[in-house]
Design a protein around this ligand. Structure first.
Ligand code: ANZ
Ligand code: ZN
Length: 899
């Protein structure tokens, strides 16, 4: 047969598109972009240049590309850029292993991946390409660091690092194995303190937390994860006096000041100053601390401090709580770095405190002071609800719980009043705590943006002035980096002049966390070649926030939180206006599921099988060659050890980019895991062949211009456009209505799927349905106005073109050539507009003696006609045999299908 080989279309059309494009790129519509149109920013998370494009990449970029092409068809001024998250440890490690320059290694990977990307025919704006490791980019990353410094959002502080004592170098957490050994030297890694650079993201915590509320196009799950990560907790700090000395007060953070009267102990973190002080003279405590270091995180061990006690710090009914009857414990469940590293223990109202207390003092019952009502009743469990009432303690026998004026108040009210009372005594105040820590950006590595700081003996920390940016990363012939901080070993880099006094000085030798690079790269895409500043505000204001950001949910916290933070900071620093969405840089976030690979396992021993151990000649009956047994089949995360990886390039070579893209979308809903099963691509392949094959039949009909059968029932419709020709009035038969409406349904449902529902899988089934609708009409040889066929076919091709650019373009070309018409690339077309036309026809059921016997299509108004008319109409539809000579009791015609 002379069937078109789909995979051959890729090369043909890539070449033509390149010629069409003004700068020989794969962006054929670039010269057609209307800069004045409404902007749309389709962004996919840029890849790390590992050198290999995998199925996960293919999934993300297919989605962003379909959205970008679709919006281009709809007339938007679309930005769809691509670039490289090129700094980072893996490149450095790979270069060290191979003894090469990480820059060269990275460059060659970028080249390889770009070629693989061109195979999938993504319509990226390559003229916006950026690479975070190029000086033109990191110059501005350094500038942003300096801006943060200027705004008092950068500081230095001691922080723990992993130190390899053999290699004399700092290791990243990933370079330390589970046994705590260095990946390279095998030495036991030591913890050391090193002065490092921090960014005060915590200063933005409350707006980062609050503004999650305006991100209504972000997945709830991601917002919850960010909320949790920020961990903003509103409560109070309360000071407890002790009997030791006026100086040894204990500050606690609590979210429940209303539970103050239930306090039965205070627990301190193991590194709390009071614990450390006590340990100086208490050997038993020293031992406890040492052993607790290895205790599990949820351990409820405790050690009661011997010579110090505390009291509840409030005065009710002039009854002073200065009897110091509250014991103090050292307890590993108290987190040293949270709040004040101290907890007021309320066993009656907090689960953790209850567990702790039960273990330490099984004989002393918890003292509840809050319940569902002010009358104390027996409660089986720890009462943790905040929506309770303080007990009426005048009715309680336990004087220890005397709550004076707070008797009977709601938790909320009591909390408020208790904090106010404490405030008067300077023993408490409202306080907000964060789980979020400041952002440690120092890396003692080579392959990153150098921190643009000079250390001068006389002037201290001196920012590198703008005109000396970028601080270039010195070139290396071979990455060896045996000892110490790589940049620290390079004398010519380290030794410099102080920008302030001109004297001898030393450069900072840390490089920045790569999350710093990726926190603002999507700003730079909008003005990628600016040599004067990071970006021009006007260019960014018109396109931000990003309309759709697509990527993996693994970035739900760090990357997306840092991007939001830097976006807000850049707005505060007046680099852009941030007006439309509270300085948020990303309007919609879309997280796609992972791609899993088909995995074969030997049922006898659970071993993963290699492709060459399998006989897959009959895909439905795979066999293990050696044993003849049937392997177990599952879908799992693709990995080398499971031999279940699939290569996008290979699939594209076999089936063509269009089929691969469509298959990728069709296999699973966007957010779900996608089980990559190449065998099922046949369905997509068949559909695409059908689309191409129909062209001939349609052209034939257009040439022949068959006439409408004279006896046909038609209805007149007004104001219809068919293939660009406007008709004030035209006749449609039943089939024509149906075809026209099927195509209108396609046009509108694809729009809705992309713009509202994000159901990319149903787009493909919509295409298939519409294709079959045209195909079946052609096959059944019913009369349809050839112009309507032409209209339907062209609409189908346009609506398909975002997903299957080659097949659409190929059919588009064939069609115009055959008809001898001029044409332009299908990408110069716009998205069709097509409304459903209310059809005067409907489907009727004919019931004879109560049994449904036949279906027919008729004019809706039939139902209002006389019985004889209906019967006559019904008799046209082959029901004589049911009527025969039997006595007709009833013939009923009802509209609608039997379900
Ligand atoms: C008394 C109390 C009574 C508490 C009660 C809770 C319920 P979040 O929401 O996570 O901020 N806490 C305070 N500092 C702590 C630390 N360093 N390590 C471990 N726990 C600490 O939690 C705040 C609550 O966690 C605080 O409120 C405190 O216990 C405990 F019915 O104070 B609460
Ligand atoms: Zn100086």
């Amino acid at each position: 047969s002379q069937e078109i080989e789909l995979n051959k279309l890729d090369a043909k059309w890539s070449a033509i598109w390149r010629q069409l494009s003004p700068d020989n790129s794969l962006h054929p519509t670039k010269h057609l972009v209307n800069e004045k149109a409404e902007p749309f920013y389709s962004l996919s998370m840029f890849p790390y240049p590992s050198g290999l494009l995998h199925m996960g990449h293919l999934r993300v970029y297919t989605i962003s590309d379909v959205v970008a092409r679709f919006k281009r068809l709809k007339g938007y001024n679309v930005v769809h850029p691509m670039g490289w998250d090129a700094f980072g440890l893996p490149a450095e490690n790979a270069a060290v292993e191979r003894g090469m320059d990480p820059a060269i290694w990275t460059e060659s990977n970028i080249k390889k991946m770009k070629e693989q990307m061109s195979l999938m025919l993504a319509d990226f704006d390559w003229d916006r390409e950026i690479s975070t490791c190029s000086p033109e980019f990191y110059k501005w990353t350094q500038k942003i660091f300096l801006l943060l410094l200027e705004h008092d959002l950068v500081y230095r502080k001691d922080a723990e690092i992993n130190w390899d004592p053999i290699d004399q170098t700092v290791l990243a957490n990933e370079q330390v194995d589970a046994e705590g050994r260095s990946w390279r030297s095998g030495a036991i890694v030591e913890k050391r303190n090193l002065e490092q650079w921090f960014i005060k993201i915590t200063k933005y915590a409350s707006s980062l937390n609050k503004d999650l509320n305006v991100l209504d196009q972000w997945p709830e799950k991601v917002k919850t994860m960010q909320r949790h990560w920020i961990g903003q907790s509103n409560g109070a700090q309360i000071t407890f006096n002790t009997d030791a000395s006026a100086k040894s007060q204990i500050k606690v953070f609590t979210t429940r000041p209303d539970t103050l009267f239930s306090v039965q102990f205070v627990a301190l973190a193991l590194n709390h100053p009071i614990v450390l002080k006590a340990a100086e003279s208490d050997l038993e405590l020293q031992k406890f601390i040492e052993e607790a270091a290895d205790a599990p995180a949820d351990s409820k061990d405790g050690y009661m401090l011997k010579s110090i006690r505390t009291s509840i710090p409030i005065d009710t009914n002039n009854k002073k709580y200065t009897n110091f009857d509250v014991p103090i414990y050292a307890a590993p469940y108290v987190i040293g770095s949270y709040g004040h590293g101290a907890v007021m223990g309320c066993p009656a109202h907090d689960e953790r405190d209850a567990e702790f207390w039960k273990l330490q003092n099984p004989e002393i019952p918890p003292i509840p002071t809050v319940g569902p009502s002010k009358i104390k009743s027996k409660l089986a469990k720890v009462f943790t609800s905040k929506n309770g009432v303080l007990y009426d303690s005048s009715k309680l026998e336990n004087g220890r719980a005397d709550m004076g004026e707070y008797n009977g108040k709601t938790c909320k009210q009591a909390a408020e009043e208790i904090v106010n009372a404490l405030e008067l005594q300077q023993l408490g105040s409202k306080s907000t705590q964060l789980r979020l820590r400041d952002w440690l950006i120092s890396r003692q590595r080579y392959w990153g943006a150098p921190i643009p700081i000079v250390h001068c003996n006389d002037c201290g920390i001196v920012p590198v002035p703008d005109e000396q940016l970028p601080v270039l990363l010195p070139k290396v012939e071979r990455a060896t980096f045996d000892k110490g901080n790589p940049l620290g070993q390079m004398e010519s880099f380290v030794n410099t002049k102080c920008p302030s006094c001109g004297g001898d000085a030393k450069r900072d030798t840390d490089t920045m966390d790569t999350f710093m690079d990726s926190s603002w790269y999507f700003f730079r895409y909008l003005d990628p070649r600016n040599t004067k500043k990071p970006f021009e505000a006007s260019k960014v204001n018109s396109h931000l926030p990003v309309d759709m950001y697509i990527g993996g949910v693994e970035h739900a916290i760090l990357h997306l939180l840092y991007s939001r933070f830097i976006g807000k900071f850049l707005a505060d620093a007046n680099l852009w206006d941030g007006l439309s969405l509270k300085n948020e840089p990303i309007k919609q976030l879309v997280t796609q599921g992972m791609v899993h690979g088909k995995t074969y396992t030997d049922p006898t021993n659970g071993r993963f099988l290699k492709p060459n151990e399998l006989d897959l000649s009959n895909p439905s009956e795979p066999k293990i060659i050696e044993s003849g047994l049937k392997p177990l089949i599952s879908y799992e995360k693709m990995s080398k050890s499971k031999y279940n990886g699939a290569d996008p390039a290979e699939c594209i070579r076999k089936y063509g980019a269009d089929a691969t893209r469509a298959h990728m979308l069709f296999q699973a809903p966007l957010h779900d895991v996608l089980n990559w099963n190449e065998e099922q691509i046949q369905g997509v392949d068949r559909w695409l062949r059908k689309v191409l094959a129909m062209e001939k039949n349609i052209v034939k009909l257009v040439r022949e211009q068959p006439t409408r059968p004279s006896n046909e029932k038609v209805s007149e419709i007004k104001d219809v456009e068919l293939d660009g020709v406007k008709f004030a009035s035209i006749n449609f038969n039943d089939h024509e209505f149906e075809l026209y409406n099927n195509i209108s349904t396609l046009v509108n449902s694809v729009s809705k799927s992309i713009e509202e529902d994000l159901t990319f899988n149903t787009i493909i089934s919509d295409y298939m349905k519409a294709t079959n609708s045209i195909y079946n009409s052609l096959k059944n040889n019913v009369y349809i106005n050839p112009l309507l066929y032409l209209d339907a076919y062209k609409k189908l091709l346009k609506v398909m073109s975002p997903v299957t650019p080659c097949v659409s373009e190929e059919a588009w070309e064939m069609l115009h050539k055959s008809l001898g018409q001029d044409w332009n690339t299908i990408f110069a077309e716009s998205y069709p507009v097509s409304e459903i036309i209310e059809s005067p026809y409907t489907t009727f059921n004919i019931f004879v003696n109560g049994k449904a016997r036949a279906l027919f299509k008729g004019l809706k108004n039939l139902i209002s006609k006389t019985e004889t008319e209906i019967l006559n109409e019904a008799l046209l539809h082959g029901i004589e045999k049911y009527i025969g000579n039997s006595d007709i009791k009833r013939i009923i015609v009802k509209s609608g299908l039997i379900s």
